[in-house]
Write a new protein. Structure first.
Length: 155
């Protein structure tokens, strides 16, 4: 006869992941729910384990994901503040024109980018998501290059 097991212990999971509630933008409950959901545990099972409703778990998960997205944006903004190279790319720009603009700005700032033009176009296109369609930039972008050559794209 097999032992029925529920979801992993959320507190042990957070400890294993190194979660620090004091340093995180997530509440402990949000971190628990995200950690369990990322491991494929259904909301209903999480709700049962926490003694709450699936709707509550759904709400906690949505808030957690929103907080994570805001944290990513905050980090991107902080990196942009420190980046010596910032290239504004207006909507309507041909993606093929972006590498030369980035390379020129990097040359002026004395920053080395270890990417070829095709690699840079792919990176910008991928990072911009639906802001780039085909070769056309549909929404204004900012391409930042850090002093160590890391390229970041913000929409």
């Amino acid at each position: 006869m097999g032992v029925v097991s529920g979801p992993p212990d959320p507190d042990e999971l957070l400890a294993d992941l190194g979660f620090d509630e004091e340093a995180s933008v997530l509440t402990r409950r949000q971190a628990q729910v995200l950690a369990l959901r990322e491991r494929g545990i259904p909301q209903r099972e999480i709700a049962d384990a926490f003694g709450t409703s699936r709707a509550n778990v759904s709400s906690v998960e949505a808030s957690a994901r929103d907080n994570v997205e805001r944290a990513y944006e905050t980090v991107a903004f902080a990196e942009a503040l420190r980046a010596p190279v910032q290239v504004s790319v207006d909507a309507g720009t041909d993606l093929y024109d972006v590498p030369s603009r980035v390379f020129s700005a990097c040359d002026e700032a004395g920053v080395k980018v270890n990417r070829t033009a095709p690699e840079l176009m792919k990176l910008v296109g991928d990072a911009a998501g639906d802001a780039v369609v085909g070769r056309e930039v549909k929404r204004d972008l900012v391409v930042n290059v850090t002093s160590d050559g890391q390229v970041r794209v913000r929409t």
